[in-house]
Structure formats: structure tokens, C-alpha cells
Design a protein around this ligand. Structure first.
Ligand code: SAM
Ligand code: SF4
Length: 323
């Protein structure tokens, strides 16, 4: 079991398979961003699967693949198949921007991925271009249709809440998700890197109050729901979650760590403490050696992020951390 020095049990890993992306979401990657990891310093798929195996051996039963855009990684399907064979890995999920989802939905479902998080901040094609700097909304919507046909247990739509940009899209997005059977999740913008910081972060609390009243929503608990707080319609047909890392952080219940594509174990999204796993992977370390190092590192997991006290602190952007 992995437990940090504050007694928090770590049973969830976010594993990044690439730092590359085909979009440039304003809050995530600067439009001109090219500072990608040197390919020689990217974990191979076999190294990635080995890291997952070691974490599962340490009691981590849930792994979410992320990036950058994970579906851009060559042989991504092979990785999912490798991970699908790890005994003890009960929950394999994926975060994606959806642009390649139509192509991959079948493989993902067949390999044991049961839950998808798809980022979608707008339903307007023009605004999508403004926000993500690419004209890809039709592909994302087609990807979501394909995923729905494949019958995933749960499809969540992640919408980063920047009211100046997409505030007027809240109700259309609620209607869309309700009609499609998707769970909508609103996320406060976190000050990860200059671009995100410049946008600022707005509390979701007024939105929560408004939605609760307008739609008569009631509190709902979702098993494995992580840090999101959920509301649902009384008929149970619609659920909406709120992730409030800035206005009301949930660090005391944090259960996760992240590994970037370069094999850096990030102990906290909003702090710098880490452990470099790639030199160990390539330097002959056994799985036991890796497990000991990971256990020691987790003992150093910081208590909380500094998004409010020192928003200027994080220069690392989400796509290279593995969001
Ligand atoms: N490319 C995939 C995607 O967009 O879902 C996976 C990686 S992306 C970094 C993972 C999640 O991080 C997305 O839901 C995205 O909206 C979120 N994200 C990125 N930058 C963020 C920020 N500054 N604040 C809050 N969420 C952010
Ligand atoms: Fe790419 Fe996801 Fe970041 Fe958008 S949020 S730029 S899709 S990694």
C-alpha cells in the first residue's frame, strides 16, 4: 500500500503517454509551444507498462492514461492491450480531447477501458477555434458519438470554466450532456503556466448555486468520483460535477500521483517535488528497486498546492505534467 506522511492512501495514478497535442487550449498550451520532450527521453510503451505494473504492485488499482493527447501516441492501442493484462488493475480510464476518438473507440472498449473523460469547452465551432486554435469540433463530436455507440460505462465531459470565454455556453452544454447521457464536469482554471495564469480563475460556487436552483438538482455521490462534487436531477437522468481546486481545494483527500512521459513522478500537481524514474528504468533497477523508490518518494508528497498563495509558482504546464 502507498501511504504518504499525512496518512493519505495513494491508489490512483495518472500516467502520461505523450506531451504532444494536436490542440492548443488557451489554458493549457501556448499557441507557439514546441518545447516537447526529446524522444530519447520519452518512456517506451514497454517502460510505461512496467511503471504501471509496479504501481499496481503497490496497491494502485486505478490508472488513467493522459497527456498531452494520449491518442496521438504511436501504438497507443498496443499499450492499452498491455495494461489490460495487468492483474490487479481494476480500472483503466482515459482522458482525451476526442479528436482521434472515432478511430479508437472500439479498440479502447475492447481492451477494457470502461470510462472516458473527454475535454469539451464549447459547442460552437468558431469558439472552439478561438479556444483550441484548431478547427476540430466536428471530429470531437464524431468521436463522442462513436464512444456512445461503443457503450462505455461512463463518459464525462470536462469543461474548463472561464466565464469570459465560455460562460454563455453553460446551459447549452447542460442540455447537450443531458440529451447524450454524458456527465458534465466544470473545472476551475488552475494557474499552471503563464497562459493559464493570465486567464485567472473564477470560483464555481455561484454556478453551483444557480444550477441547483434552476434545475432542482440534488447532491449525489459517485463511487470513485475523486475530488469532484456532484449534483443530479431528481429523476437521476443528469449528473453534473464541479472540480474546485482553486476556490475550495481538496488536498486533504488527495489520493493520486502523476507520471509524465519522461518518467518523472510528480507528487503534487501544484508543487515541484518529484522523482526521476527513467534513469532507474534504464539503469537496471528491478521492479522491487522501483517500488522502494516510489514508496520513499510518496512519503515526501506535499500536503497541498500553492495555487492561491503563490499562483506564479508553477511554470510547468498541464500537458507536459499529465493532467
Ligand atoms: N488532451 C487530453 C484532454 O484534453 O483531455 C488529456 C490531457 S489534458 C492536460 C487533461 C485535462 O486537463 C483536460 O480536461 C483539460 O481541460 C485540463 N486542463 C488543462 N489545463 C488546465 C488548467 N490550466 N486548469 C484546469 N484544467 C486544465
Ligand atoms: Fe491538448 Fe488536452 Fe492541453 Fe487541450 S487540454 S492543449 S487537448 S493536452
Amino acid at each position: 500500500m502507498l501511504v504518504d506522511s499525512f496518512g493519505r492512501r495513494i491508489d490512483y495514478l495518472r500516467l502520461s503517454v505523450t506531451d504532444r497535442c494536436d490542440l492548443r487550449c488557451t489554458y493549457c498550451m501556448p499557441p507557439e509551444f514546441k518545447d516537447y520532450e526529446d524522444p530519447a527521453h520519452r518512456m517506451t510503451l514497454e517502460e510505461t507498462a512496467r511503471i504501471a505494473q509496479v504501481f499496481v504492485g503497490l496497491g494502485v488499482h486505478r490508472v488513467r492514461l493522459t497527456g498531452g493527447e494520449p491518442l496521438l501516441r504511436a501504438r497507443f492501442g498496443d499499450l492499452v492491450r498491455m495494461l489490460g493484462q495487468i492483474d490487479g488493475l481494476h480500472d483503466l480510464s482515459l482522458s482525451t480531447n476526442g479528436t482521434q476518438l472515432a478511430r479508437y473507440a472500439g479498440t479502447l472498449r475492447a481492451s477494457g477501458v470502461t470510462r472516458l473523460n473527454v475535454s469539451l469547452d464549447t459547442l460552437s465551432r468558431g469558439r472552439f477555434v478561438e479556444l483550441a486554435k484548431r478547427d476540430a469540433l466536428p471530429e470531437v463530436l464524431a468521436g463522442l458519438e462513436a464512444a456512445k455507440r461503443e457503450g462505455f460505462d461512463l463518459i464525462k465531459i470536462n469543461m474548463v470554466w472561464i466565464p469570459e470565454i465560455n460562460g454563455d455556453e453553460l446551459h447549452p452544454m447542460v442540455d447537450y450532456c443531458r440529451s447524450q447521457g454524458f456527465v458534465l464536469r466544470l473545472i476551475e482554471n488552475m494557474p499552471m503556466g503563464d497562459a493559464a495564469r493570465k486567464l485567472g480563475s473564477r470560483s464555481l460556487q455561484p454556478v453551483i448555486d444557480d444550477l441547483r436552483q434552476r434545475h432542482g438538482l440534488i447532491d449525489k455521490v459517485i463511487p470513485g468520483g475523486g475530488p469532484a462534487r456532484y449534483l443530479a436531477s431528481r429523476d437521476g437522468q443528469f449528473t453534473i460535477g464541479f472540480i474546485t481546486p482553486v476556490s475550495q481545494h481538496f488536498c486533504d483527500t488527495c489520493n493520486r500521483v502523476r507520471v509524465s512521459v519522461s518518467g518523472t513522478l510528480h507528487l503534487c500537481l501544484g508543487q515541484e517535488q518529484n522523482l526521476e524514474l527513467l534513469p532507474m528504468l534504464r539503469g537496471g533497477a528491478s521492479n522491487d528497486d522501483l517500488a522502494v523508490a516510489i514508496r520513499d518518494a510518496v512519503a515526501r508528497k506535499p500536503w497541498q498546492h500553492d495555487f492561491n498563495a503563490r499562483p506564479e509558482k508553477m511554470i510547468r504546464i498541464m500537458s507536459s505534467t499529465g493532467g
